[in-house]
Design a protein around this ligand. Structure first.
Ligand code: FAD
Ligand code: MLT
Ligand code: ZN
Length: 459
């Protein structure tokens, strides 16, 4: 039997896609920045089918590219251009089971994040991971990228939210680590190898995730600020008033919000912040707490949302930036983090260097500043053509990343390396780090067939 016949025998007609029209959506990413080809897309419906698929590919020497919702921003889920790789889509691996006593949820890897949030809410609980792509990204993709999003400040990243995993290893063996324990010190914590590995060490098929008490009170403000230092001062003041009720602190440059069609409720200012407090007590008067904090801090202007509709409108303005930037020519995405206190100096220095290098460049700066993460994205000058801008991409990116390194930061806070930064990372990691990473890859995937060409430098 040839490869496709063997895959068909393992997953059936519903699990195998070879029609070019149906393949197309799996072969390019959300931004249209990466394109590949594939021999087929396999869509298994069970862990046993995933294991069979991976074993067949392993025995045939064929590379496997795991894919969830395909919303990743680094090309990690897109195959290469050879046409020989197999895309392994987890989107049929859906399902949730809430355990109220243990405050956990057991989830199939292909379950959409919003469905996990909804299942938790139905049980009166909270699954706090939240990001703009939550209507289509999957838990497997969230795990494989160690997703962050807007509530990391209070609840941590996907790594912090995970108790157990089930993984199909590159040779087709199944590792059942689907435990629901908060304490387990029996040696190396293997789940952390697969979280953030972007599908290069195995295929995540299921997970046990932590739940939290449900949110019963919320206050959201849209705040105008003169500069990044004022934003950090505001975080300090809000923490003083609200403590860990501060759940989200998102900062946006005027340029970033100008791209979005959603109406900005305040007049033009250099920077805006979206500040959100939440509480588990229904009668917590968070509007009042937020108003006190805003009165004490040096803000230029502010408005507190009067209800759920206004809250949703403010979030639409923040979360619309990523999509809106796609309509202004190619974007250079830099998902960086530096120690929070260094953000003002980082923004000032990097902005000056970029403007020297390319006058008129548009700095689309925004992000989860409460945890130190900025999306330091760049758009071309208004009149520049796409090709000329892309020709200067390496030089512009080098400026940004060298500044990040000067502040001892990271060139990927939450999106991963995928195929967009796997070569670049060699410049910013030590030889010791790179050799440990290569050693882990060699141990788990000696044949190099699990999402090759992603994360690790190829030379
Ligand atoms: P995919 O894009 O399908 O895959 C991403 C990577 O994970 C690939 O390397 C793939 O091979 C691997 N993978 C997928 N599923 C599995 C699996 N089951 N087992 C092993 N490997 C797997 N990210 C953030 O962290 N924070 C944000 O705030 C944020 N905002 C975003 C906003 C928008 C509008 C968009 C489009 C994206 C945003 N992202 C954000 C990026 C993206 O949504 C996340 O990285 C998300 O976690 C990817 O999930 P996915 O299911 O789409 O994964
Ligand atoms: C976001 O937070 O909106 C995304 O992670 C940023 C991006 O698309 O660059
Ligand atoms: Zn983000």
């Amino acid at each position: 039997m040839n490869l496709l016949d063997r895959l068909h025998a393992a997953v059936g007609t519903a699990g195998l896609v070879t029609d070019p029209d149906q393949l197309a959506g799996y072969l390019t990413d959300w931004r249209g920045a990466f394109r590949g080809a594939a021999a087929a897309v396999v869509r298994p419906a069970s862990t046993a089918e995933v294991a069979a698929t991976v074993r067949i590919c392993h025995d045939a020497g064929v590379a496997v590219v795991p894919q969830g919702g395909n919303t990743g921003l680094c090309g990690g889920a897109v195959p290469d251009s050879s046409g020989r790789q197999i895309v392994l889509s987890l989107t049929r691996m859906r399902g949730v089971r809430v355990d109220r006593v243990n405050q956990t949820i057991t989830v199939g890897a292909g379950t959409v994040l919003a469905d996990v949030q909804a299942a938790a809410a139905e049980a009166g609980l909270l699954f706090p991971l939240s990001l703009g792509a939550e209507g289509s990204c999957t838990i497997g993709g969230n795990l494989a990228t160690n997703a962050g999003g807007t509530a990391v400040l209070r609840y941590g990243t996907m790594r912090d939210l995970t108790l157990g995993l089930e993984v199909v290893l590159p040779d087709g063996r199944i590792w059942d680590g689907l435990r629901a324990l908060r304490k387990d010190n029996t040696g190396y914590d293997l789940k952390h190898l697969f979280i953030g590995a972007e599908g290069t060490l195995g295929v995540i098929t299921a997970a046990v995730l932590r739940l939290f008490p449900g949110v019963r009170a919320r206050a959201t403000a849209w705040v105008a600020l003169p500069d990044v230092a004022a934003a950090l001062d505001l975080i300090g003041v809000v923490l003083g008033w609200a403590g860990d009720r501060l759940t989200c602190f998102e900062l946006m440059s005027k340029q970033a919000t100008d791209f979005v069609a959603q109406r900005n409720p305040l007049r033009p200012h250099p920077w805006y912040a979206l500040v959100e407090l939440t509480d588990t007590l229904p009668d917590a008067d968070l509007d009042e707490v937020l108003a006190h904090a805003l009165a004490e801090a040096a803000v230029d202007d502010a408005v507190i949302a009067a209800g759920p509709a206004q809250t949703a409108a403010l979030w639409a303005l923040r979360e619309g930036i990523s999509e809106a930037q796609n309509h202004h020519g190619p974007s250079l995405k830099h998902d960086v983090t530096v120690p929070t206190g260094d953000l003002p100096a980082f923004v000032a220095r990097t902005g000056a260097a970029l403007r020297d290098a390319l006058p008129g460049i548009r700095l689309v700066t925004y992000g989860h500043v409460g945890d130190g993460n900025l999306h330091y994205n760049l758009s071309k000058p208004v009149d520049a053509d796409d090709a000329a801008f892309l020709a200067s991409a390496d030089e512009l990116t080098r400026i940004v990343y060298d500044e990040v390194a000067a502040f001892d930061g990271s060139i990927s806070a939450e999106h991963g390396l995928g195929q967009s930064k796997n070569e670049t990372i060699a410049r910013y990691k030590s030889d010791v780090e790179l050799s440990l990473m290569r050693g882990i890859k060699q141990q788990l995937d000696p044949a190099g067939l699990m999402n090759p060409g992603k994360v690790l430098p190829t030379s």
